[in-house]
Design a protein around this ligand. Sequence first.
Ligand code: ARG
Length: 461
Amino acid sequence: MTLWQGRLPDTVPAVRLFCDSFELDRRLYAADIRGSIAYARALGRAGVLTRGEVDAIVRALERIAVEFRSGAFVAAPGDEDVHTAVERRLGELVGSELAGKLHTGRSRNDQVATDLRLWLLSEIPAIRDGLLSLGEALVAVAEEHLGLIMPGYTHLRRAQPILFSHWLMSHFWRFSRDLARLEGFTVRAAVMPLGSGALAGNPFGVDREALAAELGFEGAAENSLDAVSDRDFVAEFLFIASLTGVHLSGLAEDLVLFSSPEFGFLELDERFCTGSSLMPHKANPDPLELARGRAGTLIGALCGFLSVLKGLPTGYNRDLQEDKGALFTAVDSLALMLPLFAGIVRTVRVRPERMAAALDEEMLATELADYLVEKGVPFREAHRAVGGLVRRARELGVSLGELPQEAYREAHPAFDDGVHGVRDFARAVARRRSRGGTAPERVRGQIELAKRTLRERRGDG
Ligand code: ARG
C-alpha cells in the first residue's frame, strides 16, 4: 500500500528497490516521532484534532518509539522510508482514519527536513564532547612535558628548535576552531521547517513558533519554499566535518611519523595498534592511518553533496534524499575518531632522548644570523654570511661548533668570541618570547588560556 494509492498504480519493483530508504533512514525514528508528537499537539491547539485524538496519537507514537528502540519494530513491505513506516504502524495502533489526520497540512517534505535537523542537533553534543576530550588530552600532555625541546620542521626538514608542547598546542588550536565552528553551526541549524507543508505553507492555523519552541528550535523558517529545499545545514556540517577530518589527519600523520623508529620521538600505546597477519613483529598505527584516509572520504561526501545541490530547481526534489548517507558517514566518523584520538594522545610515550639526539646544530644557523643582526648587520647580509658558514662546515664534514674561529671571522668580521654562547637550543627557544612564540613562558600562557576555555565550555555543555 502506498501513500498515493488513490492516484497511481503499483510501482514496478525496480522503483521501490532503487528509491526506498527505510534501511538507511530508520535511525531517524526518534526525531520523526518527536516531530509527529509535537505536530499532533499543534493540530490539537489549532482545533484540527480533539484532545482525545491527540492523546491517542501521542500514546501510540510513544509505543512505536519503544518498538524501534527495543528492536521489536517490524518493517512492512510498503515501508518506503521511516516516515511511511511510522505512519503505517500508527494506523495499525489507532486506526487508519485517525492516523490519517496526523498528516493534515504536513508533507514528508517539511517532515524529513525537520527530522534531519532534529537528529543532527541531537548528535552534536557527542561530537562536541569528543572535540573537548581531544583538546583536554593535547593540553594535558603539553603541560606534563613543558620545557622539552624537539626539532621543528618546515618542508619536513629540520628548521628550528621548538618546544614539544608548542607542537602539541598547534594541534589544539585547530580543534578549538573546529569547536567554535560547530557551536556557530548549531545556532544556524536550529531553524524549523515543520509547518511548511509540501512547499506553500500551512493553511490550518498551526502556530509554528510554539511548535518550534516545543521541539527545541531557535525559531521557525521564514519561507516555506526555502525551508523544504534548504539543505545548507547538511553542506555546512559536512564542511565542518571535513575540516575536522583534515585536522585529525594532520595530527595522525605527525603521530605516524614521530612514532616511526626512524624518528622515535614518541611511542604509541600498543593497545592502539594492530598487528600484521604475516610479520609477527609488527605493531602498526592502523587507526591513525584509517583516520587519515577517512578525511578523504569526508571531503568526498562534502563535494558529492554540493554537487547534488548544485542547480536543483526550487522546491523539494528527490535528489535531496542523498543527504542522509553523507551526513550519517560524517557524524559516525567524527563520533568514533575524536575519542579514539583523545585516547591515543593521552597514552603516548614521550622519548626525550630521541628528540635531543635529533637536534642538529644546523638548526641554530638562524641564531648565528640573529647574533650578527644584534651587532648591527642587516639581516640579508647576516643570512648570506651564515649560509657560507654552513656550506663551509659541510665541506669540511664538521658541525658549526667545530669550525675554527677564523672561519667565523672570515664569514663576517662582526663575529667575535661571544658567538659560541648563542649555539644553544634552550636559548634559541627562550628568545622567541613574543606572543605566539615557542618560549616556555608563552607556551605556558597558551596552555593556561586553553585550559580556561576548555573549562568554560565544559561548563556550558
Ligand atoms: N525519503 C524522502 C527523503 O529522504 C522523504 C521525502 C519524500 N518526499 C517526496 N515528495 N517524495 O527525502
